[in-house]
Design a protein around this ligand. Structure first.
Ligand code: SF4
Length: 450
């Protein structure tokens, strides 16, 4: 069994495409690669913002479990467990909270921005927000640190916005081990696995695919060998932070000249002006390098132009949705506002529909890009193609979910068994923690006898 990995979700409803792209498909990959995966359903954490919706929790716990099983999480290989049923987590949260300063929590950028999005007044004084800051919300990074360390998880896949929480957890662990460990590593410092989106084309691939005539069966390596004197590693290196501006400039010139030669040999139906093609291709390379530097991996922005998917924004596609529900959201997709007619050359990189093609339609994306840039496709057809592709991806997930819905007793068994397994690990950790903290006053046998 590989390294232990911890992931989890707050059960606040069905999981959606954003969860799928941001974490679920990566969890399945980790499971397939043999990691020792734990998924924690963080129902107590859900209460930090949904404390008055406790009646929904039970349903939501089962909804997310159905979504896990539907995407391919195998309960034999991945331990799915419920946070509130593992009291050792709450005990460890309390111990760790002694080591966490309120100042640190108030300066946690992720907590601050989440509070802002939720309308929570993230201050002890001053004007009131829509919701008052509660102790549980302020302290949830401590509870998250306990979630991770109780299972001795080494790896935690997270989006970039969650990295401050992992850093905070690492600081707590270091402090704990220094204070109580006596040179031993009682708790394990976790490592954040940032991003994790698979199959995403590199900026170089994206650039090449958008210029290559779709009918031409020539790989990127083939193009580099035939039309430039750059190796794949050299060309990819032009996008790295370490490439000097002069090297990038010279390399981009070679790539742009190469693609101009390629297109001259294979004249295609195109609205791109031939005389400015080299400059155009170079500008595109520079812009893609900038986009690459922003590291948007693992984040699916709302197709309606919003930063996130959210029920209140009406832009959510749940994993359980059918084609009509998918289309109802995708048809509202934001496109290039500068485009009036389907024959106008478009700018895919300002189009959210295109961003989704990159994620859900990687094989078709080069054609989408090429046709958009060259004014060869309309936006409605483009959205329809995307909706069909998303539906194709969700169809087997929907079907598996449907099958599991008929076996809810088994779903409950999976949760009970997973939690039981997880609790064994948690009990062992908490016993080591108590021993290190010297709060194990009596032998377990004696306490049991009493
Ligand atoms: S054709 Fe497609 S990629 Fe281009 S602007 Fe329209 S929706 Fe976006």
């Amino acid at each position: 069994m590989g390294e232990r990995v911890l992931t989890g979700d707050r059960p606040t409803g069905k999981l959606h495409l954003g969860h799928y792209v941001g974490s679920l498909r990566n969890r399945v990959r980790l499971q397939e690669e043999g990691y020792d995966c734990y998924i924690l359903i963080a129902d107590v954490q859900a209460l930090t913002t949904h404390w008055d919706r406790q009646e929904e929790l039970s349903r939501h716990v089962r909804e997310v479990t159905l979504d896990y099983l539907a995407v391919g999480i195998d309960p034999e290989r991945t331990t799915i467990c419920i946070q509130s049923m593992i009291p050792e987590i709450h005990e460890l949260t309390m111990y760790l909270s002694m080591l966490a300063s309120v100042h640190q929590l108030f300066h946690n950028p992720t907590l601050k921005s989440e509070a802002q999005q939720l309308g929570i007044n993230f201050a002890l004084e001053g004007k009131k927000g829509r919701l008052e800051l509660n102790y549980g919300f302020l302290g949830y990074p401590v509870s998250q640190a306990a979630d991770i360390t109780i299972f001795k998880a080494k790896l935690v896949p997270v989006g970039r916005d969650q990295v401050p929480h992992i850093e905070f957890c690492r600081k707590l662990v270091r402090k704990f081990n220094r204070l109580y460990g006596g040179g031993e590593e009682i708790l394990i410092e976790p490592i954040a696995m940032v991003g994790g989106a698979e199959g995403e084309p590199s900026p170089l691939e994206r650039w090449y695919w958008s210029y290559r005539p779709p009918s031409l069966d020539l790989s990127l390596e083939g193009f580099l060998a035939r039309y430039t004197d750059l190796s794949l590693a050299e060309a990819a290196g032009l996008f790295s932070d370490e490439a000097s501006p002069a090297d990038s400039e010279a390399g981009f010139e070679k790539l742009a000249q190469g693609v101009a030669k390629l297109l001259a040999e294979h004249p295609t139906e195109s609205n791109l002006p031939a005389e400015s093609l080299v400059q155009w291709a170079k500008d595109e390379l520079i812009r893609l390098r900038e986009i690459g530097a922003q590291d948007t991996k693992g984040v699916l922005k709302g197709i309606t132009g919003d930063e996130k998917m959210s029920k209140s924004l009406g832009n959510v596609i749940n994993l359980a949705d059918d084609y009509d529900e998918i289309w109802a959201v995708i048809r509202q997709g934001v496109t290039d506002p500068g485009r009036i007619h389907p024959t106008d050359p478009g700018r895919p990189d300002v189009c959210r529909v295109y961003a989704w093609h990159q994620v859900f339609n990687p094989e078709g994306e080069p054609t989408v890009r090429h046709q958009c840039v060259h004014g060869l496709r309309g936006c409605v057809a483009c959205k329809k193609e995307l909706a069909a592709r998303v539906d194709e991806i969700l169809a087997p997930i929907r079907e598996r979910r449907h099958q599991w819905e008929k076996r809810m007793d088994e779903v409950d068994e999976i949760l009970i068994e997973g939690t039981r397994r997880a609790r064994q690990v948690a009990k062992q950790t908490i016993s080591e923690v108590r021993e290190a903290m010297k709060i194990n006053y009596f032998s377990p046998a004696r306490v049991a006898a009493d």
